[in-house]
Design a protein around this ligand. Structure first.
Ligand code: PMP
Length: 405
């Protein structure tokens, strides 16, 4: 480890930082969590807020009692906080969902035209769009954008649905530029921000993004809430995502008058704690400052990639040679080792948690030449340079010492 890396401490306190896990030899070790991209641990501020919310926890929107009124205020306040966090404007409405997958399925029921997607997307941003037009991403962002333009110009599309940051390589797309292109071609744009929201400031107003989806559990907020933020017109023209109480203005036995969004798509008792946790996470992350968050993970990723590259036969996966930014995700393979073998070894022998497999992005892994999968190490606010050093050291012990430089 070089001197530059010695000072990188975790940026925030998260749950599970002192978790001790069993190793195969019967001993225990403090867990090193490198699986933030799947689900991030909760920020301690989020846990504290949940505790507070539980004091007045009650039904929302319908009760006249004090606790119900406070819970309703908390829930609606959470909606405002989340909207501000992503730069929503008066044209956008914030709908609470279960997660990104839920948000995208909701929107799929609202889009009036065809949907254009890249072939690199997470399944959540591939499968909900029925009859989508799939564009093959190129080896550079420039050429990928050119291909999108060709497809969008070839015949009108209702929506371009695109990821903000790849869940496999962490690479970030220039969303404001792509939004502008989509609009010029007459399409709206949806950004799957599941991986972007925990890592980079988002401003859908300034970027011209029409719809944005992300998940609380990747944003240090457990309890299962997600969000779809988007323009009201399509949402209000579509059938409600779920039919039931709360989504209506008036019901007779022969007729139903549906409410406008967000209530229209939030039938049933909502996830009050999930929404509150998500809002608390947004506030905490904002107070940390995205410039520090980006710098923290840039330094850790640099350390991680530099360390991993010393391992013979190790390949770090990437999509675009001209990509200028990526979030805290490093996915790799090591010649001669199955991804599951590496992940199991890291867990059983070193107490390190990574993810292996195809990351719900089978077409992408196929085209990267790794149809059998890879290993993904992802970092976040609770990661420090000592964790990275431990992971690099553990991966180095995989290969025979004679092969190491
Ligand atoms: N999109 C991306 C880019 C993701 O990484 C994920 C989660 N792996 C999803 C969508 C789906 O998120 P969720 O499981 O929270 O619905």
């Amino acid at each position: 480890m070089t001197a530059a890396f010695t000072a990188i401490a975790p940026l925030a306190q998260v749950t599970g930082a002192d978790l001790c896990v069993p190793l195969a030899d019967g001993s225990t070790r403090t867990y090193a969590n490198f699986d933030y991209a799947a689900s991030a641990p909760a920020l301690t501020q989020v846990v504290e807020r949940i505790d507070q919310l539980l004091h007045t926890y009650s039904s929302v929107h319908r009760g006249a009692g004090y606790a119900s009124k406070v819970s309703t205020d908390n829930y609606e306040n959470a909606r405002e906080i989340v909207g501000r966090f992503v730069g929503a404007t008066d044209e956008h409405v914030v709908v609470f969902t279960r997660n990104t997958t839920d948000s995208l399925n909701l929107l799929a029921g609202c889009v009036p035209g065809s949907v254009v997607v890249l072939d690199i997307e997470h399944h959540a941003n591939l499968l909900p769009w029925k009859g989508s037009r799939i564009v093959r991403a190129a080896g550079t962002i420039e050429e990928t954008i050119r291909r999108l333009v060709v497809e969008l110009c070839a015949r009108p599309a209702g929506l371009l649905a695109i990821t903000g940051a790849s869940n496999v390589t962490g690479e970030v797309l220039p969303i404001a530029r792509i939004a502008d292109i989509a609009h010029r071609c007459g399409a709206r744009i949806l950004v799957d921000a599941a991986q972007l929201a925990p890592h980079r400031a988002i401003d859908i107003g300034a970027w011209g993004v029409d719809y944005l989806a992300f998940s609380g559990h990747k944003l240090y907020a457990p309890f299962g809430a997600g969000v779809l933020v988007g323009r009201r017109d399509w949402l209000d023209c579509a059938d409600p995502y779920l039919s039931g109480g709360g989504a209506v203005r008036n019901v007779t036995v022969t007729n139903t008058q549906w409410a406008l969004s967000p209530a229209r798509h939030e039938a049933g008792t909502p996830n009050i704690l999930g929404a509150g946790a998500l809002a608390a996470a947004c506030e905490t992350i904002e107070s940390l400052g995205f410039e520090y968050i980006a710098e923290h993970e840039r330094a850790l990723c640099e350390q991680l990639v530099a360390g991993l590259r010393t391992v013979p036969g190790l390949e770090v996966l990437s999509l675009w040679s001209d990509c200028e930014d990526s979030v805290g995700i490093v996915t790799f393979t090591v010649d001669g080792f199955e991804p599951r073998e590496i992940a199991t070894y890291l867990s059983d022998v070193h107490g390190i948690g990574v993810r292996d497999g195809r990351f719900c992005a089978h077409p992408l892994l196929d085209r990267l030449g790794h149809a059998d999968g890879a290993v993904r190490a992802s970092i976040g606010l609770g990661t420090g340079c000592a964790d990275v050093e431990r992971l690099v050291g553990a991966v180095r012990t995989l290969v025979p010492e004679s092969a190491l430089a």
